[in-house]
Design a binder for this molecule. Structure first.
Ligand SMILES: [Zn+2]
Length: 132
């Protein structure tokens, strides 16, 4: 069953398509879940939940800006890079993607070959995911 954060992400269409689809089918099969969603939606509209806060709190796997910066600079271990790419590309986290794009635009003037190569790799990967 999805968490509150996932349901809120669903409402705001913040989730990767695969996850949206999965939650949609769970919603179809579960009146309880639909009720939870309706309640969350009402609470959100009345300002009880700051969606971004909940999202970030429960989304513990997100990368910090410092980590994303290291990723751009290629200053990570292979393991860290693998995780970052999994999170950005396979999980398709839109917060981190947006953060990364932001950092990349800040750094693009001052960085060397490694970063350009990484950035290019990332762009092509995202492009591929986006067309799916
Ligand atoms: Zn993230």
């Amino acid at each position: 069953m999805p968490t509150d954060a996932q349901l809120l992400g669903y409402l705001d269409e913040l989730l990767p398509i695969a996850e949206l689809t999965q939650i949609e089918s769970q919603l179809r099969g579960s009146p309880e879940l639909r009720e939870r969603l309706a309640r969350l939606s009402a609470q959100r509209d009345s300002g009880v939940h700051a969606v971004g806060d909940i999202w970030r709190r429960e989304r513990l796997t997100c990368l910090t800006r410092a980590q994303l910066g290291s990723y751009l600079l290629g200053a990570m271990t292979d393991e860290e890079i693998e995780y970052a790419e999994f999170h950005l590309r396979d999980v398709g986290c839109r917060y981190c993607q947006a953060n990364l794009a932001d950092l990349r635009s800040q750094q693009s003037d001052t960085t060397g070959q490694v970063t350009k190569r990484r950035a290019k790799f990332f762009q092509t990967s995202v492009g591929r995911v986006g067309r799916k």
